[in-house]
Design a protein around this ligand. Structure first.
Ligand code: HPA
Length: 279
């Protein structure tokens, strides 16, 4: 886990660059980084400028921290995120979440691209995350493994209502207002480390244990946020249907994931903007 001192040193650095006290932090998933375009009064800080940050290495992830205004609120947007499959330890991958906490962020909104496991889901659906199954967390790679930092939170944090019910209800109202409920789903997100997509046998296993969508991010970030007492909202864009049958000719690939994200980017942007306005 990132130590208090490391987190504080990043915050001190950011304060030399930007005079901001964001209330809301937004993490953009694969191909969804264009959300930062609608932020006004922007100050953009490249991850490279932040000595303690890992570097984003994935296509579709820009690598900027964007401070500014969205929906009438002060926000900070992560344009591109870090993933454990890039080879970074959980402490590095989740460092930005603790930075947000010390900056005064109270609400974190997380988006990701995910594969749909629920047979009723279509490509392009937007799934409000109701709860998660963190496979790495349950098998030794929980983001909170290591010495607990009491200044952030307790040793044995409760993970009920991690995905804050009030925010999920609000998101449903926003979707109604924007007339996008036909794309809206709610379900269980399963996190895996990747970078391989799951085998059909693994996919059937994940479906069997109750997952509606699967991806390679989010759960470790939201775990750190919940530990630190932040309210969390997360949404998966279903970019592909996960293949459940060994005999299928369909092949999941990153290009398809990015194409679906690009198609839904406008709707996702309006949705997140209105949600931020309403929180
Ligand atoms: N599996 C895992 N992660 C993903 C997928 C998938 O099918 N699609 C987008 N991210």
């Amino acid at each position: 886990m990132a130590s208090y001192e490391t987190v504080k040193s990043v915050v001190d650095f950011l304060k030399t660059k930007v005079d901001a006290a964001p209330q809301v932090a937004i993490i953009c998933g694969s191909g969804l980084g264009t959300l930062a375009e609608i932020v006004t009064d922007k100050t953009t800080i490249k991850y490279e400028e932040i000595e303690q940050f890992p570097k984003s290495t994935v296509a579709g992830h820009a690598g900027n921290l964007v401070f500014g205004k969205l929906g009438g609120k002060d926000v900070v947007v992560m344009q591109g995120r870090f993933h454990p499959y890039e080879g970074y330890p959980m402490s590095h991958v989740t460092l930005p979440i603790r930075v947000f906490k010390l900056l005064g962020v109270e609400i974190i909104i997380v988006t990701n691209a995910a594969g749909g496991l629920n047979p009723e889901f279509a490509v392009g659906d937007m799934m409000i995350i109701k709860d998660h199954i963190c496979m790495p967390g349950m098998t030794g790679m929980n983001a909170l493994v290591g010495k607990n930092e009491e200044r952030f939170g307790t040793r044995f944090p409760n993970m009920q209502n991690l995905y804050t019910k009030d925010l999920r209800e609000l998101a449903k109202k926003v979707a109604e207002e924007l007339e996008i409920t036909k794309y809206l789903r709610e379900g269980i997100y399963c996190a895996e480390i990747g970078p391989t997509y799951e085998t059909p046998a693994e996919a059937r296993f994940l479906r069997m244990i109750g997952a509606d969508a699967v991806g390679m991010s989010t759960a470790h970030e939201t775990t750190i946020a919940k530990h630190a007492g932040m309210k969390v909202f997360a949404m998966s864009l279903i970019t592909n249907k996960v293949v459940l049958d060994e005999e299928s000719n369909v092949q999941t690939n990153h290009k398809e994931v990015l194409e679906t994200s690009a198609k839904r980017a406008e709707i996702m942007k309006s949705f997140v903007e209105r949600l931020v306005e309403c929180v």
